[in-house]
Design a protein around this ligand. Sequence first.
Ligand code: CP
Ligand code: NVA
Length: 307
Amino acid sequence: MALVKHYLQFRDLTRTEYDHLFARTRWIKEQFKSYKQYWPLTDRTLVMIFEKASTRTRLSFEAGMHQLGGSAIYLNTRDSQLGRGEPVEDAAQVISRMSDVVMIRTFEQEIIERFAANSRVPVINGLTNEYHPCQIMADIFTFIEQRGSIQGKTVAWIGDSNNVCNTWLQAAEILDFNVHVSTPPGYEVEAERAGLYGTDHFEQFSDPMEAAKGADLVTTDVWTSMGFEAENEERMRDFADWQVDADMMRVAKSDAVFMHCLPAHRGEEVSAEVIDGPQSVVWDEAENRLHVQKALMEYLLLGRVNN
Ligand code: CP
Ligand code: NVA
């Protein structure tokens, strides 16, 4: 089992591996856009386990596996034994004997780590409370498509220091760019939970306008992530001044792009004017989940393919 390669957090891959994956993503996307069949994963099966809701993650993994010639099976907590207390270790033993790759969306990172430790096949993190690595891979690929290399650039993260924020921070250390984070008091980044080794790629700002100043990319996410619904009312009050609006975009670079992993709440973390405006690349960002994850599955199952 030690030889199986998993993707549980952004730092599970190196910069060289990301360079390879972004090159493969470009090629795989081109095949898809020109209706060329590419079936390297014929007869392979992806199992997708969802303990939280999803639109994009389910769709992009399921469609992606079909497009690579394989098939995908959807399991959720409600109608599998997972919701009835079967130990995650037992589920991993069984599921990984019947499939070739597993994607999991769950709560604590520890759950996916326990699953992976008992899995015979690669496990991919489709979002945990701590991380969302596939999202940031898609976001960085989108930035590269729009503006070129992200190295040395500045990303402004406005809002909650959640799973998506933590993953941006890990990515900054690996791909050598900077993240300016602004959260309301009490919601600051916890370096250990974010899985950071150093602090030289990120800076925290109490004023969101200061964080956005001069940024190449401005991004945000919901104020209340899945699993934290009980805090919703309090968060609506605490985050009220952390909306990405046109004034905030004006202090970023004039060619800054706006990203959001979606789903979005217009009028809360972002104004309609920004997310539906000319600097927003959210639809490309969502589409690129499909292409980067196809490259990721190809890499985890077949290694470095070059064609
Ligand atoms: N961005 C993202 O992961 O979306 P879903 O929750 O719809 O999968
Ligand atoms: N931070 C959000 C992302 C949803 C894709 C959540 O965890 O709910």
